[in-house]
Design a binder for this molecule. Structure first.
Ligand code: NDP
Ligand code: OXD
Length: 309
């Protein structure tokens, strides 16, 4: 039983230990030390180089190290007959909910304003408004979006969500499909992007959609950098229509050192850390998928190639 591990941002030793705690016979090879390529049955990957997976003729499973799979689907040579599975992990979801809550509440309590006042040594308190006055819109109501929307609604914020198909979530107003997008945007003072990156959602945050948000709206992107047309976002902030943005993901990662987001006074940047996969939490799911693949069964959380997520 041979698994190939490939990630520049996850520790292969920690993963190998976590996996072998369940399957002591599993051999874990670390890219680029593939050995005999035909022996590899499973690939556990984050951002595999294009063509890498096509070079493994014995593959039975491609397992993403994260919830997203755009980093796999972007490979033009991806073997289409091998099942691709994504992680659906409670710890990952918990971290995402925590991160988005932090960003939403920071905006609600105008922490940016106090940061700027601190730089000027100004003591200028202002009253906070009730949570119900902040209308949050969550783009994407999947595993993470639904948990986030539910948590925010539980705090007392006025929450709506947008999905492809209509959804019923307690205390969360639902808008669905292209036809529901503009009405959803028009009522979203704080917009949170939790969409997967697909050909349909690429560039969804652009001059038109950002312009459809209420005056002074704030954008939080934890989906993927490809959701945002970056020049349009900066123009909307600089033009005064948006009050700012909080961004965890970018078209180019690491964010280039000369990128205008780094120094923009109304933009908060974090280095794709909203959630990081914990091997201790996620290894059991990977092992379950390895066992299923060996038995010729469907893996958990198999991704629909046609839908792209
Ligand atoms: P899911 O696949 O569970 O949910 C995706 C949601 O997006 C669904 O509600 C789906 O609608 C909706 N959606 C997809 N396409 C469209 C469309 N064209 N129009 C409207 N709605 C659409 O994903 P997760 O919740 O698990 O994860 C979401 C994303 O979060 C990941 O793909 C990843 O990019 C990002 N992420 C970022 C992390 C970070 O650290 N920054 C960490 C983890 C994830 P429907 O329900 O109708 O199918
Ligand atoms: C993920 C991510 O998709 O970390 O899990 O972005």
């Amino acid at each position: 039983m041979v698994l190939l591990f490939m990630s520049d941002s996850d520790d292969p030793k920690v993963w190998a230990e976590a996996l072998r705690a369940f399957e002591p016979d599993l051999e874990v090879r670390v890219w680029p030390d593939v050995g005999v390529a035909e022996e590899i049955e499973f690939a556990l990957v984050w951002l595999p180089p294009p063509g890498m997976l096509a070079g493994l003729p014995g593959l039975k499973l491609i397992q993403s190290l994260g919830a997203g799979i755009d980093h796999i689907f972007s490979d033009p040579d991806l073997p289409r007959d091998v099942p691709v599975a994504r992680l659906v992990d409670d710890e990952l979801t918990r971290q995402m909910v925590e991160y988005v809550t932090l960003a939403v509440l920071s905006r609600h309590r105008r922490i940016d304003r106090y940061r700027h006042l601190q730089a000027e040594r100004q003591w200028r308190p202002s009253r906070s408004v009730p949570l119900s006055a902040s209308r949050v819109g969550v783009l994407g109501l999947g595993v993470i979006g639904a948990a986030t929307a539910t948590a925010l609604a539980g705090l007392g914020l006025a929450v709506a969500g947008w999905s492809r198909a209509p959804k019923q979530i307690d205390r969360v107003e639902n808008f669905a499909g292209a036809g529901g997008l503009d009405a959803f945007l028009a009522r979203s003072d704080i917009l949170v992007c939790l969409l997967p990156l697909t050909p349909e959602t690429e560039g969804v945050l652009n001059a038109r959609t950002l312009g459809a948000l209420p005056e002074g709206a704030y954008v939080i992107n934890v989906g993927r950098g490809g959701h945002v047309v970056e020049a349009d976002l900066i123009a909307a902030i600089d033009g005064g229509h948006l009050s700012g943005a909080w961004l965890d993901v970018f078209r180019s990662e690491p964010l280039p050192s000369d990128h205008p987001f780094w120094s923009h006074p109304s933009v908060t940047v974090t280095p794709h850390v909203a959630a990081l996969t914990e091997p201790a939490s996620a290894a059991a799911q990977v092992i379950e998928n390895i066992r299923r693949a060996r038995q010729g069964r469907e893996p958990l959380h198999r991704v629909d190639l046609a839908a792209g997520y």
